[in-house]
Design a binder for this molecule. Structure first.
Ligand SMILES: [Zn+2]
Length: 156
């Protein structure tokens, strides 16, 4: 008959098992079979689509911003705008980001460059009264606001 674990021991065993699963997963997705499987899920949009309007529903891949376990939850990488996003789906919120690594999407596109996508042709242009906003406009407005002295009220 086997030994019965205390509740604390069984929590530790469960944590270790989760960590082991994560490490195996992190290594598996870098194998040819793992990359092929992840690219299939990517094409099906299983990881979600980019929220940016001009990316036109570009599928995303999971990525980590840190290779240290338990550091952060998984993020999603859009190969079109090359930016990362917080997943909207709650099923991604509990995934440890270290299971995917910081370079996973880039490895996929290096191995299978046909899945790589170009920067979108259209980009949002900020306008005010149909005029483009100059890149220095906000900085100049801020300077003007800081230099503005309110008129002194003279009370007789
Ligand atoms: Zn995008």
């Amino acid at each position: 008959m086997g030994k019965i674990c205390s509740p604390n021991q069984s929590d530790l065993i469960e944590q270790d098992a989760e960590m082991l699963y994560g490490l195996i997963h992190a290594h598996y997705i870098f194998t040819n079979h793992g990359i092929a499987q992840m690219l299939e899920e990517y094409q099906q949009g299983d990881f979600g689509y980019c929220f940016r309007v001009y990316c036109e529903n570009q599928p995303m891949l999971p990525i980590s911003l840190s290779d240290i376990p338990d550091e952060a939850m998984v993020k999603l990488y859009c190969p079109k705008c090359m930016d990362v996003y917080t997943p909207k789906s709650s099923r991604h919120h509990h995934m440890d980001s270290a299971y995917f690594s910081t370079d996973f999407p880039h490895m996929c596109f290096m191995v299978h460059p046909k899945y790589w996508t170009k920067w979108p042709a259209n980009q949002f242009v900020p306008r005010l009264n149909s005029f483009k906003i100059h890149p220095m406009a906000y900085q100049l407005q801020l300077q003007a606001a800081n230099n503005f002295k309110s008129p002194v009220k003279i009370i007789c």
